[in-house]
Ligand binder design. Structure first.
Ligand code: FCB
Length: 467
């Protein structure tokens, strides 16, 4: 293994984070399309993100995923980097179009091989692999047949899940079906800001239902393929929602946004039904002919028991009532400072609030924080290091909030910072940097940021506390 020479320890060992030393394993997350590059290698098929990147005006600077961080070729060095940081767990995603280039039919052994090598390489370095099956890169051939707007895609996803389980079940025991189905359904099919770039609310509602159904079907298929020892969950992007003004109208808007973002996904997965106050959206999608109502059969599948809930937390949201504005009749208020380079509010307390709410309303479900992190306009690299004080403070603040949640009884088992590397940030292209490790896209050189060194020392400290 190559040794990576980092500079002096950066963790000062104070801060009320001891409760985290109990059951939490620490790591980092990435996603296939954001880091791998090599979009034509070894028989990979086209994905909706390849197509979206090539649609003029959709992605900043016309950036694409063709090269990204070249992780597909540099994965061994990247694993050495993870080992040098002392990561205990690594969340990556499997690209469906590598495994099944047209989304269905025989598996592409060369594509699967990459993920086997990766998982074996992680295990050899003592790092736990967590595999996400879907981080937004649908095979374009399935999109051509209706994508997530079509029920059939859910059945294809279950076949893909079974193939991944059969091929990798001996080296991967942590599985996530979907990453952020809200983003896939609504940013992809209502706002049109992400692939496939559709703008139609009833289609987005149908997509959300098919995504949820596919989660349940894939959970069943994975269990059958991998066996009882596998731990399976879904990752949701959740946020506390606040009314941006006083009075019942704004409080109502906050309830609608909460129903839309949080309960629309939590309720079916953990309680087996859609929230009553949001059901009219489902019914209108049925009336519009986008969805065939098979709720009675589907909901028990969607509620198939899982082993953990993956939570991605970045920021809370603030909304005003706006009767004329869209199907939810609300508008987002500008985020109060401090904000990140994405314009997202920095509020570590929101993580504590969110986790306590999930436990209060849904019971003691084990939680994996599958993403948390921040993009800032980092200063340039100097002497091989990027001084990203703001990101370090962000991560530290959220770990302290997480420790309070654990002390208050929330069963947290993983924490993955987003992201290991600077990478392709979807419609923002390479402009937004979330990595704790800096990537020079001209040379592909990786340089640690201060946050990576801080995190390395934090993990080492947690290890010492565990004894
Ligand atoms: C999440 C995505 C992840 C990354 C972060 C910043 O919504 O899951 O891929 O883009 O946001």
């Amino acid at each position: 293994m190559t040794t990576i020479d980092f500079t002096a320890p950066a963790f000062d060992g104070d801060g009320p984070v001891e409760p985290l030393a109990g059951n939490v394993r620490f790591g980092a997350a990435t996603a296939a399309f954001q880091v791998e590059g090599a979009t034509h290698a070894d028989g990979r098929g086209e994905s909706i993100w390849d197509r979206f990147c090539r649609t003029p005006g959709k992605v900043a600077n016309g950036d694409t995923g063709d090269v990204a961080c070249e992780h597909y070729r540099r994965w061994e060095a990247d694993l050495d980097l993870m080992a040098a940081l002392g990561l205990e767990t690594y969340r990556f995603s499997i690209a469906w179009p590598r495994v099944m280039p047209t989304g269905r039919g025989p598996v592409n052994a060369a594509g699967l091989r990459f993920y086997r090598d990766l998982a074996e390489g992680l295990l050899a370095r003592g790092i736990e692999p967590i595999a996400t099956l879907y981080h937004w890169d649908l095979p374009q051939a399935l999109q051509d047949d209706g994508g997530w707007g079509a029920r059939d895609t859910a059945l294809r996803f279950a076949e893909y899940a079974a193939a991944c389980g059969a091929a990798l079940g001996d080296v991967v025991s942590q599985w996530i079906t979907h990453n952020e189905p809200w983003v896939v359904a609504f940013q992809g099919h209502a706002h049109g800001t992400k692939a496939p770039g559709i703008r139609d609310w009833p289609t987005a509602i149908a997509a959300s239902h098919h995504l949820l159904l596919s989660h349940g079907l894939a959970t069943q298929a994975l269990r059958a393929a991998v066996g009882a020892h596998a731990e399976i969950g879904i990752t949701l992007n959740l946020a506390p929602i606040h009314a941006a003004g006083p009075g019942e109208d704004h409080a109502g808007a906050a309830r609608r946004m909460d129903g839309h973002l949080n309960r629309w996904f939590l309720d079916p997965v953990l309680r087996g039904h859609y929230p009553d106050d949001m059901l009219d959206h489902y019914e209108r999608a049925v009336a519009a002919g986008r969805l065939v109502d098979q709720r009675n059969g589907d909901l028990p599948v969607i509620a198939e028991p899982t082993d953990f809930l993956g939570v991605n937390y970045y920021n809370p949201q603030r909304v005003f009532a706006a009767p004329e504005n869209g199907p939810l009749a609300l508008r987002h208020a500008p985020a109060p400072p401090p904000t990140t380079a994405m314009g997202w509010e920095v509020d570590p307390g929101g993580l504590h609030e969110l986790l306590l709410r999930v436990r209060r309303d849904y019971g003691p479900v084990p939680v994996y924080i599958t993403e948390n992190g921040a993009s800032f306009d980092d200063p340039p690299e100097a002497a091989g290091l990027v001084e990203d004080a703001q990101r370090t403070a962000y991560v530290r603040g959220h770990l302290e909030a997480l420790a309070r949640a654990v002390a208050d009884g929330v069963d947290v088992r993983r924490y993955c910072v987003w992201s290991l590397l600077d990478n392709f940030e979807w419609e923002h292209g390479y402009d937004k940097r979330f990595g704790i490790v800096h990537v020079d896209y001209r040379t592909q050189r990786r340089a640690p940021k201060r946050s990576a060194l801080w995190y390395r020392d934090f993990i080492a400290w947690m290890r010492r506390l565990r004894g």
